[in-house]
Design a protein around this ligand. Structure first.
Ligand SMILES: O=C(O)C1=C[C@@H](OP(=O)(O)O)[C@@H](O)[C@H](O)C1
Ligand SMILES: C=C(OP(=O)(O)O)C(=O)O
Length: 401
């Protein structure tokens, strides 16, 4: 099934977008909640399939944890099942079984977890055979593959009899997600020290707390992009806060350069059009999920930009660099790989009258290309991929149309 978006929807009125809740915050709070003695008051959990899968697996506790295509659910539940001394098979989609997990498994084994690879060394599926007691209180973890391994270890750390010291090795990517984990843990009463790339978590207990999940900044980015690409219009994005736990709130600074002004009010952010200031380069190391949004926006707006920090995109829901290169090419834009991991986005010079976007089982491919509807007729293949993080996305698009 495909979805067809109307051509030339380049002007719209003042529209309010409700926005989904953050799946990153939701999935952390669910793990912390499962590790808390007592009942927390948690509200506003995400409708995202990744979160709903986590809720279902924690509630039903089946012998096989099939996480589908949810990276955080795989990584966080692997650490959770280990430290809670369970026998569990961890598996997911074919793509999930191509996404590496060896760094997390090595660290969990160092601490005392019994984990075996069922197929390929370093990748799911895994067989977890519980936790025989803490062997070490310090682990060294590479920071340049996925921050989710570090977040997974941090959240289980207070449950370990000796606490945990995580020594981050090399370049640390997606640092804002590690900060989000630590801030959430602090809100549930667990303190941390982070000095010279060593994070120390003492043994302790999570404290019963009430917590409301924020709206999702990654999902909000597509609306910033839509307005950047439109000729006229304004949008109100409900539930976003300026001081967010989510690093993807950086979209405000990026879009300020690409013609979108953000004004925060009590219950959200109002977006209006302003002159394009221009974007010369951007480093996505700490906000990788914004890369597709910004690439498509720049391609449409005629902005030639240098992108860095895209390394982790190759191991996400799909190889996002390859997927972007293919789909941008359909409207004469390019993402050219240069030396030292620098990519140049060369914008489109002419747009065909219709573009059909392949989505590669990747929610962000479907959502990032939606703003192309401001310029031409767009067909998005397999539109249901958005369910991973933003099931009501197309319903919200219909508020504009
Ligand atoms: O911890 C999280 O909630 C996430 C961390 C990031 O992954 P990496 O740390 O693998 O870059 C991000 O891309 C993903 O969508 C969500
Ligand atoms: C990369 C993503 O998710 P995950 O790694 O949790 O599957 C994402 O939502 O863009």
């Amino acid at each position: 099934m495909n979805i067809q978006l109307l051509q030339q929807l380049s002007t719209f009125g003042d529209i309010e977008i409700p926005l989904p809740s953050s799946k990153s915050e939701s999935n952390r709070v669910l793990i912390i909640d499962a590790l808390t003695e007592g009942s927390n008051q948690i509200s506003n959990l995400a409708e995202a399939r990744d979160t709903q899968t986590m809720i279902r697996l924690l509630a039903d506790n089946p012998p096989v944890f099939d996480v589908l295509d949810a990276g955080t659910t795989m990584r966080f539940l692997t650490a959770y099942a280990t430290v809670t001394n369970q026998n569990k098979i961890m598996t997911g989609t074919a793509r999930m079984c191509e996404r590496p997990i060896g760094i997390l498994v090595d660290a969990l084994r160092t601490i005392g977890g019994e984990i075996h690879y069922m197929n390929k060394e370093g990748y799911p599926p895994l067989a977890i055979h519980g936790f025989a007691g803490q062997k070490n209180k310090r682990v060294e973890v590479r920071g340049d593959v996925s921050s989710q391994y570090i977040s997974a270890l941090l959240m289980i750390a207070p449950l370990l009899p000796d606490g945990l010291e995580i020594a981050l090795q090399g370049k640390v990517g997606s640092r804002t997600y590690i900060e989000m984990t630590l801030e959430l843990m602090a809100q549930f009463g667990v303190e941390y020290q982070w000095v010279n790339e060593v994070i120390k978590i003492p043994a302790g207990k999570y404290k019963v707390t009430s917590f409301a999940v924020e709206s999702d900044w990654s999902g909000a980015s597509y609306w910033f992009s839509l307005l950047a690409c439109a000729d006229q219009g304004s949008l109100f994005l409900k539930g976003l806060k300026a001081n967010s736990l989510q690093g993807d709130s950086k979209i405000v600074d990026i879009m300020d350069r690409l013609g979108v002004k953000s004004e925060f009010v009590a219950d959200g952010v109002r977006l209006t059009k302003q002159a394009v200031k221009g974007l010369l380069s951007w480093d996505f190391t700490h906000c990788p999920d914004l890369a597709q949004t910004v690439a498509v926006t720049c391609a449409i707006l005629g902005q030639k930009v240098e992108f860095t920090g895209l390394e982790s995109l190759r191991i996400k829901e799909t190889d996002r660099i390859l997927a972007l290169q293919n789909e941008l090419g359909k409207f004469n834009a390019q993402l050219v790989e240069g030396e030292n991991d620098v990519f140049t986005l060369i914008p489109s010079v002419s747009l065909p009258s219709e573009v059909q976007i392949h989505t590669y089982d990747d929610h962000r491919m479907a959502m990032a290309f939606m703003p192309l509807m401001t310029k031409t007729r767009v067909i998005i293949e397999e539109p249901d991929v958005v369910n991973k993080s933003y099931p009501s996305f197309w319903k919200h698009v219909s508020l504009i149309q």
